[in-house]
Design a protein around this ligand. Structure first.
Ligand SMILES: Cc1ncc(COP(=O)(O)O)c(C=O)c1O
Length: 365
């Protein structure tokens, strides 16, 4: 079997050390060895959030678990949420909240625009909301929001701030404790370069206090119980994804060996490289600004599936096609985790070749 190089916006390519730890013999979930690994992974995940261990949860699940856990633990029936949408993943928060009986108003920012602070202000002046949800980088469009400005406005109007960092944590500047945030969630398989299966969450003291008055609506997603497990991972609640948590620990150690600032800088530089390359080719990025982890490009012709196939068959590189409106015209390239500038450049040059080949085979111009 041939394994392609992943240039999709997650999951991402794993280092040899991370791969190796996943083939270790299985450990017991309450064993002292695993306890040490879990504690270290949790300590490093709190450091990555720019927060403290007693405010963060690391448990087995994907990014969506972070969404559902936050909603089911910290929001209650009849709460009102204003959901800022810049693509498919902003909308996911709104859809899950509705399942839990939350009243959601979505405000969409189409055409690759980031969420506009003045629009948010106007919405909050017109109606009182319990929470505002936003995505740092929406993986479907590559749109990156200024979550500090948006969060500050939401706080001014007394709303809790829920932020999706699935496609940004470890690849973009963020500090939970210094910012206007109450709930942030991310996942292992993107900028951290660990396998999928671990969900990383940070919770503010204010949000935790608010939840004392009501019961979470789920067992599995009950973050209050998970906070107890974090204090002592020997407590059995559910069996963790042991190899994933151990691999995450190794990936986080590698991340901090590179240095968080250096890693973010590398991501930002790749964002600029991808953006400049796309513009120089006359391609249209979906977003109106670069992001540090993913670019979505509108090729203006319904050729994204053929370009993806060409990349896979001729270059052994996997890129993604679009999600949402115009999906058939859109390709997406992720440059997250261990990706180097050289690999990104090779990918972009490969796409240039693929576009020419596909257009000429279909006689399109
Ligand atoms: C921004 C964003 N939020 C949420 C999710 C959902 O994460 P998962 O697929 O790990 O459940 C994704 C997945 O790609 C994402 O990119």
């Amino acid at each position: 079997m041939v394994f392609p190089i992943l240039m999709i916006p997650g999951p991402t390519n794993l280092s040899d050390q991370v791969l190796r730890v996943m083939s270790d013999p299985m450990l017991g979930h309450t064993s002292p060895q695993f306890y040490e690994d879990y504690k270290e992974a949790q300590m490093l995940s709190a450091k990555l959030f720019g927060s403290e261990e007693d405010k963060t949860v690391l448990f087995s699940g994907s990014g969506t678990f972070g969404i559902e856990a936050g909603i089911s633990t910290f929001l209650k029936d009849g709460d009102k949420v204003l959901s800022l949408v810049n693509g498919y993943f902003g909308d996911r928060f709104a859809k899950i909240a509705e399942i839990y009986g939350i009243k959601v108003k979505t405000v969409s920012f189409p055409d690759g625009m980031a969420a506009d602070p003045d629009t948010l202000k106007r919405e909050l002046q017109m109606e009182k909301y319990d929470a505002v949800s936003m995505t740092h980088i929406d993986t479907s469009t590559g749109v990156m929001n200024d979550i500090i400005s948006l969060g500050n406005i939401a706080k001014e109007y007394g709303a809790y701030v829920f932020v999706d960092l699935v496609s940004s944590l470890g690849g973009s500047k963020f500090r939970f404790d210094d910012g206007p945030f109450d709930y942030a969630y991310s996942a292992s398989q993107k900028c951290i370069a660990a396998p999928p299966g671990a969900s990383l969450i940070a919770i503010s003291d204010d949000l935790l206090k608010r939840s004392h008055d009501f019961k979470p609506k789920s067992y599995y997603f009950n973050l209050k119980m998970w906070l107890d497990v974090m204090k002592d991972p020997k407590i059995y609640l559910t069996t963790p994804t042991i190899p994933v948590i151990r691999a995450l620990k190794v990936a986080l150690k590698e991340l901090f060996e590179e240095g968080l600032e250096a890693r973010i800088r590398r991501h930002e530089e790749m964002g600029k490289l991808a953006w400049d390359f796309a513009i120089s080719m006359g391609w249209k990025p979906v977003s109106n600004k670069p992001s540090s982890t993913v670019i979505a490009i509108d090729l203006a012709l319904p050729i994204s599936a053929a370009v993806k196939d060409y990349m896979l068959n001729k270059k052994n590189i996997l890129i993604a096609t679009g999600i949402g409106p115009n999906a058939g015209n859109i390709i997406r390239v992720g440059y997250m985790g261990n990706t180097s500038k050289q690999l990104l450049l090779n990918t972009l040059k490969g796409i240039e070749e693929a576009v020419i080949a596909v257009k000429s085979s279909k006689q399109l111009h």
